[in-house]
Ligand binder design. Structure first.
Ligand SMILES: NC(=O)C1=CN([C@@H]2O[C@H](COP(=O)(O)OP(=O)(O)OC[C@H]3O[C@@H](n4cnc5c(N)ncnc54)[C@H](OP(=O)(O)O)[C@@H]3O)[C@@H](O)[C@H]2O)C=CC1
Ligand SMILES: O=C(O)[C@@H]1CCC=N1
Length: 284
């Protein structure tokens, strides 16, 4: 990609939760002027107006505007659901030129399947971000097809570094990223829901229970990041012998808590592979 990469044109092909998380993070980081960003979806014009008002980006709602937005983009961000990916990517075939970069956030969708759908080896960046990108605290795994050049690779990494931590991985590891961090925020929210409920049962107001829970999770994460100690070491420092924490952890062990989290993450990665296989079946 040539020096247009300083301020490339970016088209969001899909305008849902993940797209907005990235859009908010990218605009907050001022990585691109909003005038360089076009957002399109299938038919929800109100959604596009909402995003235009919030982020001052350009909506593309007519068929002509959509085609122009896809033809003229330096980077097209594929952000539709896996079930909609094959139809959407096939619709790109007559519009793409060889040096356009496709960036996918679609769970399970492999680079090879994208190439199968397009009938060519288009430059593709395959990623697995998460919704914490919304506030610049995302966690993204990123991998590259062979045709991605150095400028494209650098800008794609800059895009996701603008919204949080970015790890370059080999493509087969993207499902593991999906299991750990792509879906990971939901596991933490699930634990937080239970902590808040128990706090309220013990007499705290919902507001105080929520504030204490959120600060505990934030503090624990920051302790791991800033001290460099691993979670096991830090957990042991909380656990006084025969104290309150030990009583709680023994209860968690009785309900196989860690085994449940482990199995959930393996199942998540397996589900991503299943979804990828389903898209591939449509491509063949
Ligand atoms: N949510 C998350 O935490 C994460 C999601 N992802 C991935 O991001 C992708 C999107 O997920 P999410 O944002 O939650 O889904 P949403 O349902 O919120 O958004 C999907 C978007 O895609 C649009 N769309 C569907 N088909 C087409 C098409 N043919 N042309 C144009 N736009 C189309 C929809 O438009 P319309 O509403 O008009 O139908 C909608 O704007 C998924 O593949 C998911 O795996 C990855 C990491 C994390
Ligand atoms: O649940 C999903 O399929 C998407 C992908 C990762 C997080 N949400």
């Amino acid at each position: 990609m040539n020096d247009k990469l300083q301020h490339p044109k970016l088209t969001f092909f899909g305008a849902g939760s993940m797209a907005e998380a990235l859009l908010r993070g990218i605009t907050a980081a001022e990585l691109l002027p909003p005038s360089n960003i076009v957002v399109m979806n299938r038919q929800n014009a109100e959604r596009l107006q909402e995003l235009q008002q919030k982020y001052k980006i350009m909506p593309a709602s007519t068929d002509t505007d959509k085609s122009n937005a896809l033809r003229s983009a330096d980077i097209i961000l594929l952000s539709m659901k896996p079930k909609d990916a094959a139809v959407a990517i096939r619709s790109l075939k007559p519009l793409l030129h060889p040096d356009q970069l496709l960036v996918s956030v679609i769970a399970g969708l492999s680079i090879d399947t994208i190439h199968q759908l397009l009938g060519n080896a288009q430059p593709v960046v395959r990623t697995m971000p998460n919704t914490s990108s919304t506030i610049g605290l995302g966690a993204t795994g990123i991998s590259f097809s062979e045709a991605v050049n150095e400028n494209q690779r650098a800008f794609a990494i800059a895009m996701f570094e603008a919204v949080g931590l970015t790890s370059v991985v080999e493509e087969p590891m993207i499902e593991a990223v999906n299991g750990v961090s792509g879906s990971g925020p939901a596991y933490i929210y699930y634990v937080m829901e239970a902590m808040i409920q128990a706090g309220v049962e013990l007499g705290l107001t919902p507001e105080v229970a929520t504030q204490l829970t959120a600060q505990t999770v934030k503090g624990a994460a920051e302790m791991v990041i800033s001290t460099g100690e691993n979670p096991g070491e830090l957990r042991r420092k909380v656990t006084s012998p025969n104290g309150t924490t030990q009583a709680a952890l023994e209860t968690l062990d009785r309900f196989a808590f860690q085994e449940a989290i482990n199995k959930a993450i393996h199942r998540c990665a397996e589900r991503a592979r299943e979804m990828g296989d389903a898209i591939r079946a449509e491509a063949l």
